[in-house]
Design a binder for this molecule. Structure first.
Ligand code: ZN
Length: 132
């Protein structure tokens, strides 16, 4: 999907909700495109006990329900409309789903593209990637 359309689709998923106590959800939304061209979306959840998940992780869970693991493109958007690169935890998470995900296009502010590979230099798990 074209980057601008993917951005707009992600923005349309944005439905922030206040949860019990200080919990919040939906202030970051993510859309990803899997290798077969399907689009999966997710939202973040943040609870006051520090348990929560990133929007990328909930979008990935949707994708895995369809038994797909390879992501061709991914974008995450904050509630103010700004584009957020994946956090370090999500970078690892995405890479460990499928070896091909090092080539996943990650959308950055102004809809620039980079690859997950460029966001994960000097990887700790290179040994296992190259021994196989
Ligand atoms: Zn994350």
């Amino acid at each position: 999907m074209e980057n601008q359309k993917l951005y707009e689709m992600t923005l349309n998923q944005m439905k922030p909700i206040q949860l019990r106590q200080l919990g919040t959800a939906g202030h970051v939304a993510c859309a990803l495109e899997s290798i077969d061209g399907n689009i999966y979306t997710g939202i973040c959840i943040d609870m006051p006990c520090s348990i929560g998940l990133c929007a990328e992780q909930s979008a990935i869970a949707e994708m895995l329900k369809n038994r797909k693991t390879q992501i061709t493109k991914l974008i995450a958007v904050y509630e103010d409309g700004s584009i957020l690169p994946p956090c370090g935890r999500c970078r690892e998470f995405i890479s460990q789903l499928d070896n091909n995900n090092y080539e996943t296009k990650i959308l950055l502010p102004t809809l620039r593209e980079t690859s997950l590979n460029k966001l994960l230099p000097e990887r700790w798990d290179d040994k296992w990637n190259y021994d196989n």
